[in-house]
Design a protein around this ligand. Structure first.
Ligand code: CMP
Length: 141
């Protein structure tokens, strides 16, 4: 199993003032932050990042939302990072998210669900490389 995952604190969570609280969850869950950057994605960047969802009914809304305001992108490290982060954030739809998860506590809807997490080791590698060079990350290992 891989030891890295990509996390994004989405525009809704940043606007709602939850960035610090979500960082606290990241640290308390035992992740090491290898890289972090605040950025406003262009529409084209959001479309590239979510290319896996191209053609799905929510793709346009998702990429418009993700490019509407700043996000915080983070490369996280922990043993079995993908599953550990998915457990920390909870189900994609906050209505289904377990108690104590980030989405349960900070998300507002399926579309504006506070955070993103990679869904496989293969995608984690691709998603991290989308935002960070390896040199930026190994400096913090
Ligand atoms: P995320 O983990 O960032 O991955 C894709 C995003 O699409 C997802 O979180 C949701 O915010 C958003 N989304 C909107 N509608 C749906 C849907 N019907 N099914 C899955 N994801 C959706």
């Amino acid at each position: 199993m891989g030891n890295r995952t990509l996390a994004i604190i989405k525009p809704d969570a940043i606007k709602n003032g939850y960035t610090g609280l979500i960082y606290d969850r990241i640290i308390k869950a035992g992740f090491t932050i290898l890289g972090a950057r605040l950025l406003k994605m262009t529409k084209a960047q959001a479309e590239g990042f979510y290319a896996i969802h191209r053609g799905k009914p929510f793709y346009e809304e998702l990429t418009t939302f993700m490019s509407s305001a700043p996000c915080m992108v983070l490369a996280l490290e922990k043993e079995q990072a993908v599953s550990a982060w998915r457990e920390t954030i909870g189900a994609t739809n906050p209505a289904d998210a377990a108690e104590g998860t980030i989405r349960k506590d900070f998300a507002t809807s399926l579309g504006e669900n506070a955070v993103h997490g990679s869904d496989s080791d293969e995608n984690a590698i691709k998603e991290i490389a989308f935002f960070f060079s390896e040199a930026e990350l190994i400096a913090n290992e």
